[in-house]
Design a protein around this ligand. Structure first.
Ligand code: HEC
Length: 272
């Protein structure tokens, strides 16, 4: 599959768009049907990778640096009397909610064995597999017979000092000695089919990206409604430079730049 290299400078999303527009033909199987391009494991791995990068960017560049500028982040950020942005876990839940409302049958959930919020405690098979993840940090895949969903779990690491300090100090925490690098939880991803076409893969990645835009825009709306707090200037700049926040477009653009290479490697590999 040579043609794809011509586009190697485009972002994966550009590439995906080309795919969606028929730039890359779907392979035909011997029986004449369209053979699916990716296994569900591969696709969930791709989207989980994008999620890791997005979440780290949000945690470090927005929450971590924003706090130094006096910006506030709170679990009750949606309440009218709380003038703050979403915590990273709630940012993720916002993404999950947006995906649930989309036509893409992708499920996303963040859990732990020692959660801050008891509702996030792993149970059953997921609790069992999480003990394995804690040992070797390797992803776990299984078919959930009850829900009839292919399920993948990926370690969620304490990748920033803010993860550790906030969890250890939280009044509802069930563990106070988290350290940097610990497996603090896992993201669980679910999808009903065992393989996906290019189109379906594009739809999964797009619904994730759209989810991040949706929750980020909700955050910017929240700021717009601030009455007592100073509003950061929203534009091209980041909190590292002062009382600024990137627009949703600038934020997504950075996510794309950071994730496209990994995603593209998968897409190219699958075409060889
Ligand atoms: C400023 C505080 C804060 C920061 C920073 C933070 N968290 Fe959390 N985290 C929370 C709260 C509060 C919840 C519970 C949210 C809810 O109600 O579901 C949570 C939920 C979670 C969960 C789901 C299980 C649980 O504890 O309820 C995981 C896993 C998690 N966070 C990991 C992380 C990681 C990894 C980071 C850094 C990349 C991070 N958190 C950063 C406060 C924080």
């Amino acid at each position: 599959m040579k043609t794809i290299y011509k586009f190697s400078l485009l972002s994966a999303f550009g590439l995906l768009l080309l795919n969606a527009c028929g730039g890359v033909p779907e392979e035909k199987s011997a029986t004449g049907g369209v053979e699916n391009a990716f296994s569900v494991e591969e696709v969930l791995e791709m989207v989980a990778k994008e999620n890791d990068i997005t979440r780290t960017l949000y945690t470090k560049a927005i929450v971590g640096k924003g706090k130094k500028q006096g910006m506030k982040f709170d679990e009750d950020w949606r309440k009218d009397d709380v003038e703050a942005g979403p915590l990273p876990a709630l940012f993720l839940r916002g993404v999950a909610t947006s995906i649930r409302k989309s036509p893409v049958p992708l499920g996303l959930y963040l859990g732990s064995d020692f959660p801050v919020n008891a509702a996030n405690k792993f149970e059953g098979k997921q609790a069992e597999l999480f003990t394995e993840i804690k040992k070797d940090q390797k992803p776990q895949f299984f078919y959930d017979e009850d829900q009839k969903l292919h399920t993948a779990m990926f370690a969620d690491l304490a990748s920033a000092g803010a993860c550790v300090s906030c969890h250890n100090d939280h009044p509802q925490t069930s563990k106070t000695d988290w350290k940097l690098g610990d497996v603090m939880g896992a993201t669980t991803w679910q999808y009903p089919k065992d393989s996906l076409s290019y189109k379906e893969t594009v739809a999964v990645l797009n619904s994730y990206a759209q989810g991040t835009v949706d929750i980020y825009l909700e955050y910017l709306d929240e700021i717009e409604a601030f009455k007592d707090s100073e509003k950061p200037e929203i534009g091209k700049k980041w909190p590292a430079e002062g009382n600024y926040l990137p627009t949703a477009e600038v934020f997504l653009d950075s996510v794309k730049k950071l994730t496209s290479y990994e995603t593209m490697k998968h897409l190219v590999a699958a075409n060889e």
